[in-house]
Design a protein. Sequence first.
Length: 956
Amino acid sequence: ALSELRQGLLDLAARSEAMAFSMDFRLLYDREARLFHVGYNVSSDRIDPQYYDLLATEARLASYFAIAKRDVPIEHWFFLGRPITHLGDGLSLVSWNGSMFEYLMPPLLLRSGLGTLVDQSERVAVDTQRRYADKLDIPWGISESAFASVDADHHYHYRAFGVPQLGLRRGLSKDLVVAPYATALALAVRPGAAVDNLRKLDHLGLVGCYGLWEAADFTPERVPEGHSLSLVRAYMAHHQGMILAAIGNALHDDILVRRFREDRRMRSMELLLQERIPSELPSEAFREDESLESAPRRAVVPAPHAWVPPTAEVFPQVHLLGNGRLATWISEAGGGGLWWHRQALTRWLPDATRDHHGLWIYVRDEDSGLVWSVGRQPTGVLSEDARVVFHPHLAEFHRRDHGIGIRMEVGVTAGDDVEIRRITVVNESDRLRTLRLTSCGEVVLASPLEDERHPAFSKLFVGSEHMPGLDGLLFTRRLRNPRDRAPVLLHRLVSDEVGLDITGFETDRLAFLGRNGDPRRPWGVTEGLSGTVGWTLDPVMSLQLRLELEPQEKRQFAFLTLAAGSRETLLDLVERYATLASLDWALGNAATEAARETQSLGLEPERLPELQTLASLLIHPYPALRAKPSEIAANRLGQPRLWGLGLSGDLPILLLRADEPREIGLLRVLIRAHQFWRRRGLHVDLVVLRTGVSGYEEPVRESVLSLLHELGAHELLGRSGGVHLLFADQMSKDERCLLESAARVVLDESRGPLARQLATAAEPPPRPPRFEPSGASVPDQTERALPRPASLRFDNGLGGFTEDGREYAIYLRPGEHTPAPWCNVLANDEFGCIVTEAGGGFTWTVNSGENRLTPWTNDPVADPPSEALYLRDEETAEIWTPTPQPAGADAACEIRHGAGYTKWRRRSHGFEQELVVFVPPSDPVKVARLRVHNLRPRTRRVTATYYAEWLLGALR
């Protein structure tokens, strides 16, 4: 058995020697630079453009071996860089990373003589690492290794670490990762100290079942609370091999060094290892990288300034406000939403066309009955004089209507989770004015995705109660799982005036809007609030107050929305924000915090408007900054293929193309913006696509890592909602097409600064010329109303069954509505649609939940259709729909639900219209058949336009 083992080892040695000497290093040698490229990319069939150009690297062993076997000329050795610094008791070569691996891996086989430059550099490197670790009270031995950060597949990230005094690379002081194999390498230089350090590592738990663990990560950002380190539980074969080789040398008198030297070819080049130590430090000596303590302080950034956002001719300008926990987004029109720890407090869906979700403030003049809103939305009433101003810490809305001036400031407190809407009302007229002001927002208290998927179900579990002592409403969610957590919400009025209290409140959306109601003029604003609380099935938070203002009188109050994890915490929070003076202080503190945050991120104040504009484009994509339409049309892959790139596709994607690795100005801005947005509740995947030739030494990768470390955000690399680095030459053409198609914004480092690229999205798209009518509308007094069906069975006043029982007939007079949507399902096995008495509903194929062709809102209150047939009189330009929604005429409508079809009939605008919608029994087709009868004694022209809001999926 022993002889077989001996022969097997001899065979292995022969094969290993043949393999080593059959390698041809000339492939990687640049004869002009006289240096080795770091590698060859087989997948892209390209040589890596970077070089191993320093003597103090692990590559000097390869250089020595290649020279000894005559693959490259001896002059290569003298073209290796020798930057030198003075450390401790002597001079030392400087490496790129300042790692133990660079200095001490070659001595496993290749030992320089005592007193030589390389020998002294090895000893100085170990001593420098020991002093550096002692100052930080950690074990020594910092080198390249895995560290306590994992990618999407839960694989540890790997990078070179070192000490700043030994490395050329900047930013080495930002990480503290100790690799046990580095201490083992030091057995050849400082054996006693190395053994002591290995014992210390053992005491810290770095010895596992199969040897020494990969690393101990002492970087504060990656150490769990209550622990002194993060243990990197991995074994890497090459590091374990170095440990075994180092121990073998230590126990057997440098046996591997002696065996390497026994080869005459290796021995013939030993003179290269005898380089002497310079007598003095060269003038071009390396200057140490600044440590964290000695780093120059960043210049003081002036307080950020205000700016006026452009009007939303192209896309809504959204202003993001937040403190890292509570975030509010508000558009220049007033739409937006509120989130707490990524849980939706109020309902919001991105819609660049309507911008129809928000926390609204309505104003009603009690004398004239006129209604408008503080923002342009939701009423759409244009002001006589309106102005919107964005500040880093708040948004201001100013408007003047009918002699009433209003100013609203919207901000988020820095220390607590409170949104403030401070309102100032001035009577600029010369008479007494009576106003009714009403707030309203739809309450969610759940994850946005859960609410969007099943809105009607989600609403069932939100309850409310009136808090009379606080002039507010408290909302909680009944949890289906005891382990779940949901926010608790309080919406209240704050005023310093005695007697200025709420006069009404509402938590039932049906009561607030009215059936088929419209947020532009809700029932509760005009008719008053019902005071309903409890489990209302469709919750809103609405408070109402009444103001009487003498001429030129000014009144001030605020609506607050507070969030916390429990009722008790929330009620404690209320006491700190009970006066207008406390709100003044809170908004002032928010301004200070915004300036401090801008400074800490290294953002120039003048960049904030463009960063908010870019955020708006990520929320509301616009074609000018997306991929070209031809590229999007060429894409044949779906969202699941993004998973292989480390992207879920659930978050907005911001794509930056980076071709020139040293042009990183835009990259720097975007990584800082990414942190800025996260604090304000916008989570995006920032994808840096390296479009040039990638290599082993990749400057773009180093830039990304350095910038993330600078911001303390290294854990975001490769994470959902983080920063992703991809290489175009390592992706298929189809994958790249998919990535560019999926990105909401595509930027290019080579196209100049961000402002220049954003300017392409400032131009509104071309619009068709406005239709000018040729005549005026003249009501036909002789037009007879559509008669109500007679002899209906089980008639309930709105409808009943026909005598033959084949149809259910509904008759709605102007202003009449059914108490809930009365639906008809028109479907076959593979295709179908739902219609209601109000109109077109939605359409699906195969699966009504996952494969919707048009959206379904599942909203029994408003029942907005996603499909509609519009009619336009070509003489008068009047527009209406044959169905009651979305633009029903002021005329009665008859609806008949039958088996497999629904029919709408009405008389209006001098036409009798009949619309029938049906789905054939076996084909995936929805048919909408319209018949129009001209009731007037002259030729008329009418245009029919079918509108469908395409979805082609489950969610918008």
